[in-house]
Design a protein around this ligand. Structure first.
Ligand SMILES: C=C1C[C@]23C[C@@]1(O)CC[C@H]2[C@@]12CC[C@H](O)[C@@](C)(C(=O)O1)[C@H]2[C@@H]3C(=O)O
Ligand SMILES: O=C(O)CCC(=O)C(=O)O
Ligand SMILES: [Fe+2]
Length: 336
């Protein structure tokens, strides 16, 4: 059989040799709930924030905060990212991942941000059947890192600018609802401290229980996600996995660990995962609103649940945990 691109089966054959048997093994600790039928996430029309009517603006702002506390996730309509830009981004993303594996892995493309599978996995349930470019936006203005993908540079700049505007709008509503000036986070988060993650989940020929992306919470303030029509994203709600039905007019927004810490647990960073699809490949794009590495993340109100930490310290801790134990521990490491 020709090797797939990326060679996930070949590269991880030992780990994935008997997926059915080993899934019952000791590291099998994530299936705490069964998938409910697809459940509609709170769907919020952002035109409410632009209304002349004060009451409408308030209703929309409260809906964003309530969803961020109760679900940690919500979907937004009239988000301002034009469909043509999403289509251009999708075309470039598909072209990028169709490149020969050797080029993706060794060309240093996009600031050498290419990753595939999970080198640190010690059992199938720590393995993600995916490939991704985790691009620091500080670097995307450098033409050198694009090779022949010069148009990709143009599209990514346009896309990340639009996403940055939306992320700032949403973060502004969330911090204002906690009694702070809407731009309080803007001095620690800016275009150059954020990340764009291009995900591709190839069709997966092994166990249907294989993860496209392992259960995790995001290590940022908030994430704005565009998923395609294939589906597979699930989030944890009341100890059950809830599938997120694809809605091409909507973008998905989820609270990250840093906003949970900053809000002193008012907003929840909720576990989510992607289940692999046996027949169809799937693409998604995630924009991560992140502060600079030296920014101190403290609680916006006392008494604080967590000790203060810098984003750099947090990322190092996550990577150390993933290296040491194969999975992310996250915020619980920083409880006072
Ligand atoms: C193996 C892992 C790396 C990751 C945490 C995880 O346990 C699973 C998801 C990964 C991810 C995806 C989105 C973000 O880029 C990230 C920082 C996060 O919060 O979850 C990465 C984590 C990482 O790269 O450390
Ligand atoms: O692809 C998806 O739907 C989710 C991706 C994700 O959770 C991430 O990149 O952090
Ligand atoms: Fe995520």
């Amino acid at each position: 059989m020709i090797d797939s691109n990326p060679p996930l089966l070949h590269g991880y054959k030992k780990l994935l040799r008997h997926p059915a048997e080993t899934l019952g093994g000791k590291c099998f600790d994530h299936e705490t709930g069964v998938v409910m039928e697809e459940c509609q996430l709170p769907l919020i029309d952002l035109n409410g924030l632009r209304s002349q009517n004060e009451k409408e603006r308030l209703t929309c702002s409260v809906a964003i905060s309530n969803a961020s506390s109760e679900w940690g996730f919500f979907q937004v309509l009239n988000h301002g990212i034009c469909p043509e830009l999403l289509r251009k981004m999708r075309r470039e993303q598909v072209k990028l991942f169709k490149m020969p594996f050797e080029m993706k892995a060794n060309s240093g493309l996009l600031n050498n941000s290419y990753r595939w599978g999970t080198p640190t996995a010690t059992c199938p349930h720590q393995f993600s059947w995916c490939e991704a470019f985790n691009i620091p936006l500080a670097k995307i203005s450098e033409a050198a890192c694009y090779g022949e993908f010069s148009f990709l540079r143009e599209v990514m700049n346009e896309f990340s600018e639009a996403m940055s505007k939306l992320a700032r709008l949403l973060a502004g509503v969330l911090v204002e609802n906690l009694g702070h000036p809407h731009d309080i986070l803007e001095d620690i988060c800016n275009e150059s401290t954020c990340f764009l993650r291009l995900n591709h989940y190839p069709a997966c020929p092994i166990s249907p229980e294989t993860f496209g992306l392992v259960p995790h919470t995001d290590s940022d303030f908030l994430t704005i996600l565009h998923q395609d029509q294939v589906g597979g994203l699930q989030l944890m709600k009341d100890s059950k996995w809830v599938a997120v039905k694809p809605n091409q007019d909507a973008l998905i927004v989820n609270i990250g660990d840093l906003f949970q810490a900053w809000s002193n647990d008012v907003y929840q960073s909720v576990e989510h995962k992607v289940v692999a699809n046996g027949k169809m490949g799937r693409y998604s794009i995630a924009y991560f609103l992140c502060p600079s590495y030296d920014s101190l993340i403290g609680s916006s109100r006392e008494p604080s649940v967590y000790r203060k930490f810098t984003f750099g310290e947090y990322r190092n801790e996550v990577q150390e945990d993933v290296k040491r134990s194969g999975r992310k521990i996250g915020l619980s490491r920083f409880i006072l």
